[in-house]
Design a protein around this ligand. Structure first.
Ligand code: SF4
Length: 312
């Protein structure tokens, strides 16, 4: 067990933390695009669908909306932090309850009252400023049957201007981006809203091994291409150490080739986020990749695609 004062979950390695940040780990967003809802501090708000976390990749405070309280997902990633051996909460999203919780959370954050909570009190003020509202889940958010209804309600709440304007970000494994309710929801996104799409693999074999999906890599690629031709997307790529090894050099070449393929197809990619699994996971075969390996991947992405790549 790593002592709390040595834990940091933003950079994929352990290092001493400044004193103010010791409590932060409990609020850090998990490193995966879609399972960001897990480990959120439910005890803080006792909410059913809305939670508040400090997120490294959001660069500060993010209000999350869990669209999958039932933990439904069509992937079974080796690094997933959602323990599906436990019975799911089996609760469907209730949009009106979710909006009520979101309104409360926005009021708490935007008024600065969140800083009176002991767990946020010692953070620098800029870390407690709202960066975005994240559509996420204990599973894949695009599988939520009320996806369009939820987005519509959030966009309507934003339009009331009771709170400062905020950005929406959808964290997704991309497989449901072509579903009707998702297309309808995404039509409501404003120009500043974002889609953060998972792409962890270059070869179908590695995709099967890491993501354990119920669909093909071609499907994921096709969906990313479809949305990214219309609006810039952020690509999120998590490379775990699996059975003691990271992805092979050949696999990384294939992965970079997928990014080149997307660009050549007309995809707009504003950023590639490279990171690894950084929390204790339910799968003992899965571990953290050294930071230097992540930087090597990011360098290859930059050199061979010209895309902006950042390591988290
Ligand atoms: S896509 Fe993978 S990491 Fe995300 S919720 Fe599904 S199984 Fe978990």
């Amino acid at each position: 067990m790593v002592p709390p004062e040595l834990r940091i979950s933003t950079q994929g390695k352990y290092m001493p933390l400044p004193a103010f940040i010791h409590d932060l780990d409990a609020f850090m967003e998990p490193q995966d695009a879609c399972s960001a809802a897990c480990r959120r501090p439910r005890e803080f708000s006792r909410n059913r669908f809305v939670y508040t976390v400090i997120s490294a990749r959001s660069r500060g405070l993010s209000i999350g909306v869990n669209l999958n309280p039932d933990a439904q997902c069509n992937f079974n990633c080796v690094y997933c932090e959602v323990d599906r051996r436990k019975p799911a909460e089996a609760r469907a999203l209730n949009v009106s309850v979710m909006i009520g919780e979101l309104r409360q959370a926005l009021a708490l954050v935007c008024s600065g009252q969140i800083r009176s909570h002991p767990r946020f009190a010692h953070l620098p003020p800029d870390l407690t400023e709202l960066r975005q509202v994240t559509l996420s889940g204990d599973g894949e958010p695009t599988l939520c049957p009320q996806f369009a209804e939820a987005v519509r309600a959030i966009v309507q709440l934003r339009a009331l201007q009771d709170f400062p304007d905020f950005k929406l970000a959808l964290l997704t494994n991309a497989t449901g981006l072509d579903l009707k309710q998702v297309e309808q929801g995404l039509e409501l996104f404003g120009p500043g809203d974002e889609i953060w799409a998972k792409l962890d693999a270059g070869s179908p074999d590695y995709f099967e091994r890491v993501n354990l999906p119920d669909c093909s890599l071609a499907k994921v690629m096709g969906n990313i291409l479809q949305v990214a031709r219309n609006r810039p997307v952020v690509i999120q790529s998590l490379f775990p150490r699996l059975d003691g090894e990271g992805p092979s050099a050949e696999e990384i070449e294939r992965y970079v080739g997928r990014l080149q393929e997307l660009r050549a197809g007309g995809a707009m990619i504003s950023l590639v986020q490279i990171y690894s699994a950084t929390r204790p996971m339910t799968n003992p075969r899965c571990g953290h990749l050294p930071l230097k390996s992540l930087y090597r991947i990011a360098r290859l992405v930059k050199q061979q695609t010209g895309l902006k790549a950042e390591v988290f």
